[in-house]
Design a protein around this ligand. Sequence first.
Ligand code: HPA
Length: 233
Amino acid sequence: MATPHISSKKEDIAKTVLMPGDPLRAKMIAEKFLENPRCVNEVRGMLAYTGTYKGKEVTVFASGMGNPSMGIYSYELFNFYDVDEIIRVGSCGAFKEDLDLYEVLVVDKSYSVSNYLYELTGEEDKVLSSNSILNHKIEDAASKLNISVHQGNVFCTDVFYNQADIPKLRDEYNCYATEMETFALFSNARKLNKKASAILTVSDNLITHAETSSEERQNSFNKMIEIALESII
Ligand code: HPA
C-alpha cells in the first residue's frame, strides 16, 4: 500500500506517531531515542522511521512546515495507515515575555484563521482542542521526568512573515505562542475521530526577540522528545 506522498507498507507505520517538522530532526530522534530504527519513508525527503521505545512500537514522521504539509501527512497517516494518535513535537515563537527559550509548552487549543477545517469539513470553528487523554499522559510524563511545562493556546498561522496583532492574540485568545501546524493536525483528528496533541519548545521570543541558534535548538528539543516518548509507553 502507498499514498501519493508515503511509500511505506501499512505494517511499517506504528499506531502512535511523533511528528517533528524537520525531516533531519526525525532522523536524529529515531537514531538517538529508538531501538532498531528503520527508515520507512523517503518520498520528497519527508523522512520517517519506525522503531521501538522501551518495547513500544513508534513511528517518527516529519510533517514539513505549515498546515498544508502537516495536513497531507497527518490525514494519510490517520486515514490510510490507521494511525490512532499523533503528537506533534515542534518549535514555537513565544508571545509572553516570561516564556523563556527552551521552555516546553503543551498545546491546549489551536486558534487560527486558516481555512483548513472549513475546506475539510465545512465547519467554521477557528479554535480547536488538542486531545485531553493524550495531554494527561503528557503531563504525567513531564512530572515523572521532573520537567516543568506550560499549558496554553497557540496561534497557528499560515504566514510566517505576518503582521499578527500579538497583544490581541495573547489577551483575547490567550495564545502563549505561535507556530504553523497544529490547526491542520487537530482538524484531521477531529474529522477522522483520532487523537492529536502537540508539545512545543520555545525557539524564539517575539516580545524580547531572543532566539536560539540551530545547534542550541537541536539539544533543547531532547526534553520535549523524552516527554513525548514517555507519555506513549
Ligand atoms: N512563527 C511561526 N512559527 C514559528 C515561529 C514563529 O515565530 N517560531 C517557531 N515556529
